[in-house]
Design a protein around this ligand. Structure first.
Ligand code: ATP
Length: 269
């Protein structure tokens, strides 16, 4: 079943500080970009135009969706979200009309963020496109992004794991003004993300004492994997009727996560 893509989604109560592991300069650049949107008159006086589109790219589970939500919150915007794949249709014109519909609905609820995840499914290089329908949908997206005054108060945010696949016309300034890489977190980044996800959880003392080591030993883990680690450990603790998350729960979750990613890698190989 297709989910409705033209409805504003309620946003979780998050800020940029809930997205761990982002380089400090990147956070600053994002905040600066958003301040131009928040104070259009002041920016206009110094001749700066508000950005129209932002691309977030990086591996799966690094917090791109979370970051888009935090950005929408920061500017007090309503949030419209869709996956690029949800525009792929067999019938010519259907994907294009979905794109039009999405922008038209968002324009009635400005300030608004339109967030498209897996945008590579919608804006892949033309030669990689699968025919007339995909071509029409991409063309419609470009038309809508060029909406001029109609797009006042709209910030388009797209996310992808495959920036290399995106069409140059889509990436043109004026459509995508800023690209931010959201990488896998380094040790300090993982430590920050762990702190975010243990907030509100009761940890046994030896677990609290082992969080630095956990950050060091989880190289290659994404934020999503770190988050699911603590969710899994919490569920096990609750199942066992404990009041705190123990080392045993965390080790169990770690084994499961490592096993899961190993079997994924083996399947991919
Ligand atoms: P995908 O590319 O697969 O769409 P994504 O980059 O959009 O993934 P999210 O959907 O934002 O990743 O992450 C999923 C969940 O993992 C988040 O809701 C959050 O709980 C956790 N998470 C991921 N990255 C971070 C991060 N940098 N800081 C804190 N939590 C994170």
């Amino acid at each position: 079943m297709k989910t409705s893509i033209s409805k504003s989604r309620p946003l979780p109560n998050i800020t940029l500080n809930d997205v761990g592991g982002l380089p400090e300069e990147m956070k600053e650049e994002i905040l600066q970009t958003l301040s131009i949107i928040k104070e259009p008159e002041r920016s206009a006086k110094v001749g700066i135009k508000p950005p129209k589109g932002v691309l977030l790219y990086g591996p799966p589970g690094t917090g791109k969706t979370l970051l888009a939500q935090a950005m929408a919150r920061e500017i007090g915007a309503s949030f419209f979200t869709a996956s690029g794949a949800s525009f792929n249709e067999m019938f010519v014109g259907v994907g294009a009309s979905r794109v039009r519909n999405l922008f038209q609905t968002a324009r009635k609820q400005t300030p608004a963020v339109i967030f498209i995840d897996e945008v590579d499914a919608l804006a892949a290089k033309r030669k990689q496109h699968g025919g007339e329908e995909s071509e029409k949908t991409l063309t419609e997206l470009l038309v809508q992004l060029d909406g001029g005054l109609d797009n006042e108060g709209i910030l388009f945010i797209a996310a992808t794991n495959r920036k290399d696949m995106l069409d140059d016309a889509f990436l043109r300034p004026g459509r995508v003004d800023f690209s931010f890489e959201v990488p896998l977190p380094d040790t300090q980044g993982r430590r920050d993300i762990i702190d975010i996800h243990v907030k509100g959880k009761r940890l046994a003392q030896d677990v609290t004492a082992s969080l630095d080591v956990l950050a060091e030993s989880t190289s290659g883990f994404s934020g999503a994997e770190l988050s699911s680690l603590f969710e899994m450990a919490s569920r096990r603790a609750v199942r066992n009727g404990q009041e705190t998350i123990t080392r045993g729960d965390l080790d169990f979750a770690l084994d499961r996560t490592i096993l899961g990613s190993t079997s994924r890698t083996m399947k991919d190989a």
